[in-house]
Write a protein that binds this ligand. Structure first.
Ligand code: GAF
Length: 391
């Protein structure tokens, strides 16, 4: 964290005055270990919350004004809006995320009795695909809930975040990121069935290894439109399959059932997308079994297969993340490595033996730089808790 809590409190007082102590909150980012692009296909995911994320200070006001300030976008200064004017617009930049959550609260019958002064600071690297927007949504949700005394569960706060991202910000994401940020648990990944929202915490006990995130430092444009395309292609595949079988989601299918009925999917691109969704869901179930049995070798192999499927069938990887994963696979001591998150850049996640971490960072970093000109960043991460008050 670049700023201390004291510095955030001082900035809050400087901007908004000292009348009344603001309350402080935190909501984490996430890394997904396996189960990619399965969350809107009725499959399983296996993310964990990080110890980096978004911090917020909030103090209610007496009128309907809302004031936002971000330490990360300080050049925007204080952005002022009103609870009576909750509409998305480009000039509002990052504030469209908290505004979307406020709009969703009102839509769901949680009428906000007053506005608020809000200060935000995030330590998730920009554009890394580690869910800075989901963490901001969940943070806003928990701040509003506590400040105005609403009775809303953490799972519902995740759903509110997803709804606002879909309907206010136009990104048709699934539930994974908001769920991980709201429901994360230290040292555990969340095995979530996105069909039922049934979940269980699986301890991530890696006796001789750590989770290493590698940031490609690349974010290709049109991420959200390409993401929405994938979602549409998967839905087309599902509709075709439903003409020959009784299923609700692609997550209902085993690999065998998919192979037996795949010809019902007319468009070959949609068929590849569905293949990924079905196989990735099954891989996720097997990966969790392997982790529970302390079989890190199998867990790692499934992680590698996930990358290959995202590269070849779902086509959400890109040259840079392919290079990162393929370099990682060559290093002894790497159990598995794959692109994580929405794709088209962002990060890879790797499971690396403790005594191979330095070599991994040196080798992957230098060859990646040679091949792409980009300087990758590496984070050896701990798994943290979900969103919470700090004072
Ligand atoms: C993004 C989305 F926000 C998630 O819902 C999920 O679909 C992920 O991409 C891919 O697994 O992070």
């Amino acid at each position: 964290m670049e700023f201390t809590m004291q510095q955030l409190q001082d900035k809050f007082a400087e901007l908004y005055g000292t009348e009344g102590e603001p309350k402080a909150y935190f909501a984490p980012g996430r890394v997904n270990l396996i189960g990619e692009h399965t969350d809107y296909n009725g499959g399983h995911v296996f993310p964990c919350a990080l110890t980096i994320g978004t911090y917020g200070l909030i103090r209610p006001r007496k009128d309907r004004t809302v004031r936002f300030y971000s330490m990360n976008f300080d050049t925007m200064g204080v952005v002022t809006t009103s609870l009576d004017d909750l509409v998305p617009n480009d000039e509002a930049g990052w504030t469209n995320y908290p505004k979307g959550v406020m709009w969703t609260f009102e839509k769901r019958g949680f009428q906000l009795p007053a506005g608020a002064d809000i200060l935000i600071y995030g330590d998730i690297p920009a554009g890394s695909g580690l869910s800075s927007s989901a963490s901001l949504e969940v943070l806003t949700g928990i701040m509003l809930r506590d400040t105005f005394g609403f009775d809303i569960s953490m799972v519902d706060l995740a759903l509110i975040g997803q709804y606002s991202e879909n309907n206010f910000n136009g990104m048709n994401c699934g539930i994974m990121d908001q769920f991980a940020s709201a429901m994360g648990k230290k040292d555990c990944a969340i095995f979530l069935d996105t069909n039922t929202l049934h979940y269980e915490y699986a301890p991530v006990k890696l006796p001789d290894a750590r989770i290493v995130i590698t940031n490609s430092k690349v974010k290709h444009s049109l991420v959200s439109s390409a993401y929405n395309d994938r979602r549409r292609e998967s839905e087309t595949a599902l509709k075709d399959l439903q003409t020959v079988m009784d299923i609700k989601t692609l997550g209902d299918l085993t690999e065998e059932q998919f192979e037996a009925h795949k010809d019902a999917i007319k468009d070959p691109i949609c068929q590849k997308r569905a293949k990924h969704a079905v196989y990735e869901n099954q891989r996720t179930i097997h990966a969790v079994e392997a982790l529970k049995a302390n079989d890190i070798v199998t867990f790692g192999k499934l992680i590698n297969e996930s990358h290959i499927s995202l590269r070849d069938d779902y086509e959400t990887s890109c040259e840079e993340t392919d290079i990162l994963a393929e370099l990682a696979w060559q290093i002894p001591g790497v159990y598995g490595s794959r692109i994580t998150g929405g794709g088209f850049g962002g990060c890879t996640v790797s499971i690396v033996k403790n005594d191979a971490i330095d070599t991994f960072i040196d080798n992957v970093g230098s060859v990646y730089k040679e091949k792409t000109g980009h300087t990758a960043e590496f984070y050896v991460v701990d798994i943290g808790d979900g969103a919470r008050p700090l004072n």
